[in-house]
Design a protein around this ligand. Structure first.
Ligand SMILES: [Zn+2]
Length: 781
């Protein structure tokens, strides 16, 4: 399924900063001040120049090993890994997917890892029949094919390429008038309602972007549409942004974005929700798998979409709905009449997860690191840019091991299969091993696509201090500033307002955004309650070929990380983080940033309620005043929006009280940690240290409620989850927030106490750890 964190691939605001070079020059001068002033800002947080969780006698050797690790990472190896792994198409079930898994296995073994392949059996539909035709007012048959380009040596591997399609579209054969629905999200349909346009019985055409693709057929079906076409508008990732391929790196006229449209009720194999898809697992019948779409859906290029869009009349599309094609965008319905047919082979296919362990002195606790290896086609960027770096990390960790480095904890490298269709490999593995993982897993670090630019980290904020510390040691390969400084200053440059800028300036860490379900971290965070990071470099790439045949070695090595130095930076960043997690005396978590983040999420709920109250009161007033009647153009009539009941006040007090407890306990832990570190990390007995580590391990599990979210029981985490209508994007405190989105205010309020209870439990867990840590420092009896 997904790739990077970008819903709208992939125009970073950064690429639009014209005065980029001036900007960087300015950064060079200000960074000294930022770093120098930072230690004083948060007096009870651990000093960022220290290695979090290390005793004084241990951080120096750790630093030496990490330096050795980083010096040993070779960009050329990453390049060669990519060349090999992306040489042929390697989607789930293809010969080269298996070949890659076996090659990856042999690389891990060569590096000294204890490695094996774990196989699951999953439902993976592939196209059998695909038709998109315009029947009226003129005839046109869509090509549904990305042509080979002579300059691009792997683009002609037609026999092995998966045709352009959206996996897990239901089979269907429909003919109906066409309606253009912009991105096809819920707000777009509210807009259509006001235009007096219904999609009932229609086929909709939506452009890619503005949210996850799977939402488009889902919301279309909810509004009565019978088919869905999704196309890539050049406004979003084509010539509007820069030269298109092969002259430049942006999506060309025949380029198509494949992708999964599996619904987000639960990720993983649609037939085995909640349990591993082992050979003998109990399976649902395909008709009972509720994550398969309700209407047929196919993706097309804009060259295939153009005749369809050109044949629409009706109202002119609102300004922000218009793309970059040289037509007037109309909404319809019709007179364009379209025939859409999708039939798939509904086969079970094997997925090959490669699991590789470097056993630690303490084999009981695991530090996990993963990236998927399957792609839609050749997948140089998605996912091989991350996979190639992962293998280079493993090679170098193995090399250090040979030189005498013995990690304290066991390191587990995971090369997942089946991510693209729906996180299949990682979800099935986590579901199978969930009890063991809850007992052992310290953290999971994911990567997926990597490009060029700024260090971009998301995850659970208990790891925020750790990753910020590591980022200070990683040089940005092009500017030679630290990856930390560049990322930190980039966030200031793009802050929303002065208040946010001021907040950022006071910080000595990188702020981690919560993760939704964009990649293989999902099951670790949302199902098993494991601290999670997602790491990439991005923002300065010259194009995207996301999920197209042109996402291949030729394109990547010409337009993205051309010398693979950002691949090296990724390996350096993640490998160092893995080592620091594996070797620390104390599991290197710090809960203060997490408490801060959760407080912010609660504030967002209150703001959401206030905004909705204001919005609906204002709307109702305008309806009474006749505003909508007055501004209605009789020649281009629009309907007034419906009157809305103003939401009642919600009692957030239990949540606020629990967050206050969380803040107190996390501040207590941070203070104890700071004191412990600055006194050299006394350990009166190994036993006490291990008791503390065992308690630290439990804290993140306390975010789980085994009943799950009220409408999506697979998602156990009560703070971090993807949204049912945002896909990749996170909806924090989803149990409450999603009912608010649905305007179910009573139900939302009803969830407050149980989320508060979960947060109280977390606070109590952290308090226990703080007490353990204070006891470490108490004079011995
Ligand atoms: Zn990916």
């Amino acid at each position: 399924m997904p790739s990077d964190s970008k819903n709208v691939p992939t125009v970073s605001p950064m690429t639009k900063v014209l005065a980029k070079s001036l900007w960087i020059a300015a950064c060079v001068f200000s960074i000294t001040a930022v770093v120098a002033s930072s230690p004083g800002q948060q007096p009870s947080s651990p000093n960022p120049s220290l290695y979090l969780g290390y005793r004084s006698q241990n951080w120096q050797p750790e630093r030496d090993w990490e330096n050795k690790f980083r010096e040993g990472i070779i960009a050329g190896n990453i390049r060669e890994n990519m060349r090999r792994l992306s040489a042929r198409p390697h989607n789930v079930g293809s010969p080269y997917d298996k070949d890659n898994a076996e090659w990856i296995l042999s690389r891990f073994k060569e590096s000294g890892f204890d490695a094996h392949i774990e196989t699951f059996t999953v439902l993976f539909p592939t196209p059998k029949e695909r038709v998109v035709e315009l029947l009226e007012p003129s005839r046109f048959t869509a090509k549904l094919q990305e042509p080979a380009l002579p300059i691009d040596p792997t683009s002609n591997q037609t026999a092995e390429q998966l045709p352009t399609y959206n996996a897990y579209s239901i089979d269907g054969d429909v003919t109906a008038p066409l309606v253009y629905v912009n991105y096809g999200n819920r707000e777009d349909y509210e807009r259509l309602d006001r235009m007096g346009i219904s999609v009932k019985g229609a086929i909709v055409i939506a452009r890619y972007g503005g949210g996850w693709r799977g939402i488009k057929p889902k919301v279309a079906a909810e509004h009565g549409a019978i088919g869905c076409i999704i196309y890539s508008d050049p406004r979003n990732d084509g010539y509007y942004d820069g030269e298109d391929f092969p002259g430049g790196g942006w999506r060309p006229r025949f380029g198509v974005q494949r992708g999964s449209v599996l619904d987000t009720d639960y990720p993983g194999d649609p037939l085995t929700p909640g349990v591993g898809a082992t050979a003998d697992a109990k399976r649902l019948a395909i008709k009972d798998a509720k994550t398969i779409t309700k209407i047929p859906v196919l993706p097309v290029s804009y060259s295939d979409a153009l005749p369809l869009l050109s044949a629409l009349t009706g109202p002119v599309a609102p300004e922000d709905w218009r793309g970059a094609l040289s037509i007037t965008y109309h909404v319809g319905p019709g007179p364009a009449k379209v025939h859409l047919k999708v039939v798939s082979n509904w086969d079970l296919k094997p997925v090959y997860d490669v699991i590789a362990m470097l056993h630690g002195v303490d084999d009981h606790h695991w530090v996990l690191r993963g990236n998927h290896h399957d792609a839609w086609v050749n997948g140089a960027e998605d996912p091989i840019s991350g996979q190639a770096a992962l293998l280079e990390e493993a090679r170098m960790l193995g090399e250090l091991h040979r030189q005498g480095w013995n990690p304290k904890r066991t390191i587990v490298y995971c090369s997942w299969d089946g991510e693209e269709p729906g996180l299949l490999g990682s979800v099935e593995w986590v579901e199978t091993h969930v009890n063991e993982l809850k007992e052992r897993a310290v953290a999971y670090i994911n990567s997926d696509s990597n490009s060029r630019g700024f260090l971009d980290v998301g995850g659970t904020q208990d790891l925020q201090s750790l990753i910020s510390g590591v980022a200070r040691d990683i040089p940005d390969p092009e500017t030679k500033m630290s990856a930390f400084a560049r990322s930190h200053l980039h966030s200031i440059a793009h802050a929303k307002n002065a208040e946010e800028r001021n907040d950022l300036r006071k910080r000595n860490d990188l702020v981690l955004q919560a993760l939704g379900d964009g990649s293989d971290y999902t099951a670790f965070q949302d199902f098993a309650g494991i601290p999670t990071l997602s790491v990439e470099f991005d923002g300065e790439q010259d194009g995207t070929q996301y999920h197209s045949i042109y996402d291949d070695f030729y394109w990547y090595s010409h337009f993205v990380d051309t010398d693979f130095v950002y691949g090296r930076a990724l390996a350096e960043t993640i490998g160092s983080t893995v080592m620091r997690l594996a070797d620390a005396d104390l599991i290197p978590v710090d809960y203060r940033p997490q408490a801060e983040a959760i407080q912010k999420y609660e504030g967002e709920l209150e703001k959401l309620l206030k905004d909705k109250r204001d919005e609906f009161s204002e709307r109702n007033l305008e309806l009474e005043e006749g505003v909508f009647t007055a501004i209605n153009d009789p020649r281009r009539p629009t309907l007034p929006p419906p009157a809305e009941a103003v939401p009642p006040y919600i009692n957030f007090a239990p949540l606020k009280n629990s967050i206050e407890l969380l803040e107190k306990s996390s501040a207590r832990y941070s203070k104890a940690l700071s004191k412990w570190q600055s006194s050299g990390g006394p350990v009166p007995s190994e036993n006490k240290l291990e008791l503390l580590n065992a308690d630290l391990l439990k804290v993140s599990r306390l975010f789980l409620n085994e009943n799950g979210l009220p409408e999506r029981p697979w998602f156990k985490n009560q703070v971090y989850a993807p949204g049912a209508y945002t896909g990749y994007g996170a909806k924090t405190i989803a149990a409450v927030r999603e009912y608010m989105d649905e305007k179910k205010w009573k139900e939302a309020e009803g969830q407050v106490p149980q989320v508060a209870q979960v947060i109280e439990n977390v606070a109590a867990g952290i308090n226990q750890c703080a007490a353990d840590l204070e006891a470490l420092q108490a004079p011995q009896q």
